[in-house]
Design a protein around this ligand. Structure first.
Ligand SMILES: [Zn+2]
Ligand SMILES: [Zn+2]
Length: 323
Protein backbone atom coordinates (compact mmCIF):
# COMPACT_ATOMS: atom_id res chain seq x y z
CA UNK A 1 0.00 0.00 0.00
CA UNK A 2 2.85 2.34 -0.82
CA UNK A 3 1.37 5.68 -1.82
CA UNK A 4 3.75 5.98 -4.80
CA UNK A 5 2.18 2.97 -6.46
CA UNK A 6 -0.11 5.02 -8.69
CA UNK A 7 2.24 4.59 -11.70
CA UNK A 8 1.23 5.39 -15.28
CA UNK A 9 1.13 8.90 -16.63
CA UNK A 10 -0.40 10.45 -13.52
CA UNK A 11 1.89 13.07 -12.04
CA UNK A 12 3.45 11.96 -8.78
CA UNK A 13 1.95 13.91 -5.93
CA UNK A 14 4.62 14.52 -3.30
CA UNK A 15 3.74 12.42 -0.30
CA UNK A 16 6.50 13.58 2.00
CA UNK A 17 4.94 15.69 4.72
CA UNK A 18 5.87 19.33 4.13
CA UNK A 19 6.57 21.37 7.23
CA UNK A 20 3.61 23.66 6.47
CA UNK A 21 1.16 20.85 5.74
CA UNK A 22 -2.43 22.05 6.18
CA UNK A 23 -4.26 20.08 8.83
CA UNK A 24 -7.73 20.68 7.36
CA UNK A 25 -9.73 17.82 5.90
CA UNK A 26 -8.19 16.63 2.62
CA UNK A 27 -9.95 17.34 -0.65
CA UNK A 28 -9.74 15.07 -3.65
CA UNK A 29 -6.27 15.47 -5.15
CA UNK A 30 -5.36 16.75 -8.60
CA UNK A 31 -8.38 18.98 -9.03
CA UNK A 32 -10.74 16.08 -9.67
CA UNK A 33 -13.11 17.54 -7.07
CA UNK A 34 -13.26 20.72 -9.17
CA UNK A 35 -14.24 18.72 -12.23
CA UNK A 36 -16.98 16.99 -10.27
CA UNK A 37 -18.27 20.27 -8.84
CA UNK A 38 -18.40 21.83 -12.29
CA UNK A 39 -20.13 18.85 -13.81
CA UNK A 40 -22.84 19.22 -11.18
CA UNK A 41 -23.06 23.00 -11.61
CA UNK A 42 -23.42 22.79 -15.39
CA UNK A 43 -25.94 20.01 -15.13
CA UNK A 44 -28.03 22.10 -12.72
CA UNK A 45 -27.75 25.17 -14.94
CA UNK A 46 -29.57 23.39 -17.76
CA UNK A 47 -32.64 23.26 -15.51
CA UNK A 48 -32.90 27.06 -15.15
CA UNK A 49 -34.93 29.52 -17.21
CA UNK A 50 -32.99 31.25 -20.05
CA UNK A 51 -32.75 34.56 -18.12
CA UNK A 52 -31.28 32.86 -15.04
CA UNK A 53 -28.91 30.89 -17.25
CA UNK A 54 -27.66 34.10 -18.84
CA UNK A 55 -27.07 35.65 -15.40
CA UNK A 56 -25.16 32.60 -14.29
CA UNK A 57 -23.07 32.69 -17.48
CA UNK A 58 -22.25 36.36 -16.83
CA UNK A 59 -21.17 35.50 -13.30
CA UNK A 60 -19.02 32.63 -14.49
CA UNK A 61 -17.47 34.87 -17.13
CA UNK A 62 -16.44 37.26 -14.35
CA UNK A 63 -14.92 34.43 -12.31
CA UNK A 64 -13.28 33.08 -15.46
CA UNK A 65 -11.73 36.43 -16.38
CA UNK A 66 -10.21 36.66 -12.93
CA UNK A 67 -8.35 33.45 -13.66
CA UNK A 68 -10.14 31.55 -10.93
CA UNK A 69 -11.07 28.68 -13.21
CA UNK A 70 -7.55 27.97 -14.39
CA UNK A 71 -7.07 25.12 -11.95
CA UNK A 72 -10.27 23.45 -13.16
CA UNK A 73 -9.21 23.87 -16.79
CA UNK A 74 -5.74 22.50 -16.08
CA UNK A 75 -7.36 19.47 -14.48
CA UNK A 76 -9.70 19.15 -17.44
CA UNK A 77 -6.77 19.10 -19.86
CA UNK A 78 -5.04 16.51 -17.75
CA UNK A 79 -8.08 14.25 -17.49
CA UNK A 80 -9.16 14.37 -21.15
CA UNK A 81 -7.74 11.59 -23.36
CA UNK A 82 -5.48 13.86 -25.41
CA UNK A 83 -2.19 11.92 -25.56
CA UNK A 84 -1.29 10.25 -28.87
CA UNK A 85 -1.78 6.85 -27.26
CA UNK A 86 -5.21 7.71 -25.84
CA UNK A 87 -6.34 9.34 -29.09
CA UNK A 88 -5.28 6.21 -30.93
CA UNK A 89 -7.34 4.06 -28.57
CA UNK A 90 -10.34 6.38 -29.07
CA UNK A 91 -10.05 6.07 -32.84
CA UNK A 92 -10.24 2.32 -32.57
CA UNK A 93 -13.50 2.75 -30.67
CA UNK A 94 -12.26 1.87 -27.19
CA UNK A 95 -12.21 3.98 -24.07
CA UNK A 96 -8.54 4.24 -23.05
CA UNK A 97 -7.98 2.25 -19.88
CA UNK A 98 -11.64 1.30 -19.68
CA UNK A 99 -13.25 -2.08 -19.90
CA UNK A 100 -13.94 -3.31 -23.41
CA UNK A 101 -17.68 -2.84 -22.96
CA UNK A 102 -17.31 0.93 -22.71
CA UNK A 103 -17.80 2.69 -26.00
CA UNK A 104 -16.47 6.06 -27.12
CA UNK A 105 -20.02 7.20 -27.75
CA UNK A 106 -20.68 6.69 -24.04
CA UNK A 107 -17.53 8.56 -23.16
CA UNK A 108 -18.68 11.84 -24.65
CA UNK A 109 -22.34 11.42 -23.95
CA UNK A 110 -22.90 14.97 -22.78
CA UNK A 111 -25.94 13.94 -20.82
CA UNK A 112 -24.36 13.29 -17.47
CA UNK A 113 -27.20 12.80 -15.02
CA UNK A 114 -26.64 13.65 -11.38
CA UNK A 115 -26.95 9.95 -10.60
CA UNK A 116 -24.15 9.22 -13.02
CA UNK A 117 -22.02 12.01 -11.50
CA UNK A 118 -22.51 10.45 -8.08
CA UNK A 119 -21.39 7.07 -9.42
CA UNK A 120 -18.33 8.67 -10.99
CA UNK A 121 -17.56 10.40 -7.68
CA UNK A 122 -17.57 7.09 -5.84
CA UNK A 123 -15.34 5.59 -8.48
CA UNK A 124 -12.91 8.49 -8.32
CA UNK A 125 -12.82 8.34 -4.52
CA UNK A 126 -12.07 4.63 -4.69
CA UNK A 127 -9.12 5.41 -6.96
CA UNK A 128 -7.93 8.26 -4.76
CA UNK A 129 -8.83 10.83 -7.39
CA UNK A 130 -6.21 9.72 -9.90
CA UNK A 131 -6.78 11.79 -13.04
CA UNK A 132 -5.97 8.78 -15.19
CA UNK A 133 -9.06 6.88 -14.05
CA UNK A 134 -11.45 6.01 -16.90
CA UNK A 135 -14.49 7.29 -15.04
CA UNK A 136 -12.87 10.66 -14.43
CA UNK A 137 -11.97 10.74 -18.11
CA UNK A 138 -15.62 10.16 -18.88
CA UNK A 139 -16.64 12.91 -16.49
CA UNK A 140 -14.07 15.28 -18.02
CA UNK A 141 -15.26 14.50 -21.55
CA UNK A 142 -18.89 15.16 -20.62
CA UNK A 143 -17.93 18.30 -18.69
CA UNK A 144 -15.97 19.57 -21.68
CA UNK A 145 -18.93 18.97 -23.99
CA UNK A 146 -21.21 20.82 -21.55
CA UNK A 147 -18.76 23.72 -21.34
CA UNK A 148 -18.69 23.92 -25.14
CA UNK A 149 -22.47 23.91 -25.22
CA UNK A 150 -23.13 26.34 -22.38
CA UNK A 151 -20.10 28.66 -22.39
CA UNK A 152 -18.71 28.52 -25.95
CA UNK A 153 -17.32 32.07 -25.97
CA UNK A 154 -15.30 31.41 -22.81
CA UNK A 155 -13.97 28.07 -24.01
CA UNK A 156 -13.04 29.61 -27.38
CA UNK A 157 -11.09 32.34 -25.60
CA UNK A 158 -9.34 29.81 -23.37
CA UNK A 159 -8.49 27.58 -26.33
CA UNK A 160 -7.06 30.45 -28.38
CA UNK A 161 -5.06 32.21 -25.67
CA UNK A 162 -4.44 30.14 -22.60
CA UNK A 163 -3.34 26.63 -23.53
CA UNK A 164 0.17 25.62 -22.45
CA UNK A 165 1.34 24.74 -26.00
CA UNK A 166 0.25 24.58 -29.62
CA UNK A 167 0.43 20.82 -29.48
CA UNK A 168 -2.17 20.72 -26.72
CA UNK A 169 -4.35 23.14 -28.70
CA UNK A 170 -4.16 20.93 -31.78
CA UNK A 171 -4.98 17.79 -29.79
CA UNK A 172 -7.93 19.50 -28.14
CA UNK A 173 -9.20 20.72 -31.53
CA UNK A 174 -8.87 17.20 -32.90
CA UNK A 175 -10.74 15.73 -29.94
CA UNK A 176 -13.42 18.43 -30.22
CA UNK A 177 -13.88 17.91 -33.94
CA UNK A 178 -14.13 14.15 -33.66
CA UNK A 179 -16.27 13.70 -30.54
CA UNK A 180 -17.97 16.98 -29.59
CA UNK A 181 -18.67 19.16 -32.62
CA UNK A 182 -20.88 16.64 -34.48
CA UNK A 183 -23.24 16.45 -31.48
CA UNK A 184 -23.22 20.20 -30.94
CA UNK A 185 -23.79 20.95 -34.62
CA UNK A 186 -26.77 18.61 -34.78
CA UNK A 187 -28.41 20.45 -31.88
CA UNK A 188 -27.43 23.84 -33.26
CA UNK A 189 -29.01 23.14 -36.63
CA UNK A 190 -32.29 22.06 -35.03
CA UNK A 191 -32.21 25.23 -32.93
CA UNK A 192 -31.43 27.49 -35.88
CA UNK A 193 -34.27 26.09 -37.95
CA UNK A 194 -36.77 26.81 -35.19
CA UNK A 195 -35.23 30.23 -34.38
CA UNK A 196 -35.51 31.54 -37.92
CA UNK A 197 -38.81 29.90 -38.68
CA UNK A 198 -40.59 30.89 -41.86
CA UNK A 199 -38.25 31.80 -44.66
CA UNK A 200 -38.42 35.09 -46.46
CA UNK A 201 -37.54 34.87 -50.14
CA UNK A 202 -36.09 38.39 -50.18
CA UNK A 203 -33.31 37.58 -47.73
CA UNK A 204 -31.24 34.44 -47.30
CA UNK A 205 -28.04 34.05 -45.41
CA UNK A 206 -25.76 31.13 -44.68
CA UNK A 207 -23.89 30.37 -41.50
CA UNK A 208 -20.74 28.37 -42.19
CA UNK A 209 -20.01 26.33 -39.07
CA UNK A 210 -16.40 25.20 -38.54
CA UNK A 211 -15.76 21.47 -38.15
CA UNK A 212 -14.35 22.01 -34.65
CA UNK A 213 -17.29 24.19 -33.57
CA UNK A 214 -17.37 26.13 -31.30
CA UNK A 215 -13.59 26.52 -30.99
CA UNK A 216 -13.46 28.52 -34.23
CA UNK A 217 -15.78 31.33 -35.25
CA UNK A 218 -18.90 30.91 -37.40
CA UNK A 219 -18.74 32.62 -40.79
CA UNK A 220 -21.77 34.66 -41.90
CA UNK A 221 -22.47 34.77 -45.63
CA UNK A 222 -25.22 36.35 -47.66
CA UNK A 223 -26.94 34.16 -50.23
CA UNK A 224 -29.66 36.46 -51.44
CA UNK A 225 -30.91 39.92 -50.61
CA UNK A 226 -33.50 41.98 -52.36
CA UNK A 227 -33.91 45.60 -51.32
CA UNK A 228 -31.22 45.41 -48.65
CA UNK A 229 -28.32 47.79 -49.28
CA UNK A 230 -24.65 46.82 -49.08
CA UNK A 231 -24.21 49.02 -46.04
CA UNK A 232 -27.14 47.44 -44.22
CA UNK A 233 -25.98 43.93 -45.01
CA UNK A 234 -22.45 44.68 -43.80
CA UNK A 235 -23.89 46.06 -40.59
CA UNK A 236 -26.04 42.96 -40.10
CA UNK A 237 -23.09 40.73 -40.83
CA UNK A 238 -21.00 42.57 -38.22
CA UNK A 239 -23.84 42.40 -35.71
CA UNK A 240 -24.43 38.68 -36.19
CA UNK A 241 -20.70 37.94 -35.97
CA UNK A 242 -20.40 39.95 -32.75
CA UNK A 243 -23.43 38.23 -31.25
CA UNK A 244 -22.10 34.81 -32.21
CA UNK A 245 -18.67 35.51 -30.76
CA UNK A 246 -19.79 36.96 -27.45
CA UNK A 247 -22.83 34.82 -26.69
CA UNK A 248 -22.38 32.05 -24.17
CA UNK A 249 -25.17 29.93 -25.50
CA UNK A 250 -26.38 28.35 -28.67
CA UNK A 251 -26.18 29.88 -32.13
CA UNK A 252 -29.97 30.07 -32.14
CA UNK A 253 -29.87 32.26 -28.99
CA UNK A 254 -27.56 34.68 -30.79
CA UNK A 255 -29.81 34.72 -33.85
CA UNK A 256 -32.91 35.41 -31.76
CA UNK A 257 -31.05 38.30 -30.10
CA UNK A 258 -29.99 39.66 -33.47
CA UNK A 259 -33.54 39.39 -34.81
CA UNK A 260 -34.77 41.36 -31.78
CA UNK A 261 -32.14 43.94 -32.67
CA UNK A 262 -33.49 44.28 -36.19
CA UNK A 263 -37.05 44.53 -34.85
CA UNK A 264 -35.96 47.34 -32.51
CA UNK A 265 -34.56 49.25 -35.50
CA UNK A 266 -38.02 49.16 -37.03
CA UNK A 267 -39.46 50.37 -33.72
CA UNK A 268 -37.20 53.42 -34.08
CA UNK A 269 -34.75 52.69 -31.25
CA UNK A 270 -31.29 53.99 -32.16
CA UNK A 271 -28.13 51.92 -32.05
CA UNK A 272 -25.34 52.45 -29.57
CA UNK A 273 -22.70 54.40 -31.55
CA UNK A 274 -19.89 52.35 -29.98
CA UNK A 275 -20.93 48.77 -30.76
CA UNK A 276 -23.57 49.45 -33.46
CA UNK A 277 -26.05 47.28 -31.57
CA UNK A 278 -29.34 48.08 -29.92
CA UNK A 279 -29.42 45.06 -27.63
CA UNK A 280 -25.93 44.69 -26.17
CA UNK A 281 -24.36 41.41 -27.28
CA UNK A 282 -23.44 40.18 -23.82
CA UNK A 283 -25.44 42.19 -21.28
CA UNK A 284 -28.68 42.28 -23.28
CA UNK A 285 -29.24 45.92 -22.23
CA UNK A 286 -30.56 48.77 -24.38
CA UNK A 287 -28.49 51.96 -24.88
CA UNK A 288 -29.72 54.14 -22.01
CA UNK A 289 -26.92 56.53 -21.05
CA UNK A 290 -27.53 59.76 -22.93
CA UNK A 291 -24.96 62.47 -23.65
CA UNK A 292 -26.38 65.80 -22.50
CA UNK A 293 -24.72 67.63 -25.39
CA UNK A 294 -25.20 65.49 -28.52
CA UNK A 295 -28.06 63.34 -27.12
CA UNK A 296 -26.64 60.07 -28.42
CA UNK A 297 -27.41 57.07 -26.25
CA UNK A 298 -24.84 54.46 -25.27
CA UNK A 299 -24.78 51.11 -23.49
CA UNK A 300 -23.37 51.47 -20.01
CA UNK A 301 -20.97 48.57 -20.69
CA UNK A 302 -19.71 50.19 -23.91
CA UNK A 303 -19.29 53.60 -22.32
CA UNK A 304 -17.44 52.12 -19.35
CA UNK A 305 -15.09 50.29 -21.72
CA UNK A 306 -14.58 53.54 -23.67
CA UNK A 307 -13.81 55.56 -20.52
CA UNK A 308 -11.32 53.02 -19.20
CA UNK A 309 -9.73 52.48 -22.63
CA UNK A 310 -9.32 56.15 -23.47
CA UNK A 311 -8.56 57.10 -19.85
CA UNK A 312 -10.77 60.15 -20.13
CA UNK A 313 -14.45 60.67 -19.48
CA UNK A 314 -15.58 62.44 -22.62
CA UNK A 315 -18.43 61.56 -24.97
CA UNK A 316 -17.03 59.32 -27.75
CA UNK A 317 -18.86 61.36 -30.38
CA UNK A 318 -18.89 65.02 -29.37
CA UNK A 319 -15.91 64.90 -26.97
CA UNK A 320 -17.68 66.93 -24.26
CA UNK A 321 -16.82 65.91 -20.73
CA UNK A 322 -19.42 63.40 -19.52
CA UNK A 323 -21.44 64.60 -16.57
ZN1 LIG B 1 -22.90 49.50 -27.23
ZN1 LIG C 1 -21.96 63.64 -26.94
Amino acid sequence: TAPSESGGGAPAVPTTAPTTAPTTAPTLPDGSSLLIAWAIALELRTKYEPAARAKLAAHWKHVWLQGQLDLMLDSLLEALPLSAEQMGALESGAVPGGSSSRRVTDLVSGALSLGRVAAVCEDVLAQHGALASPSLMELAASLYLQLLRELPALVRDWWSHKLPSRGVGASLAKFTEAYCSPKLLRDEIDGIVSAIGATDESFKMALVLPSCHPLRAVEVQCLQRVGISDARWRKWQRQISTMLLSQNGQISDALVLWKQNVDKVFEGVEECPICYMIIHASTGHLPRLECKTCHNKFHSACLYKWFTGSQKSTCPLCQTTWS
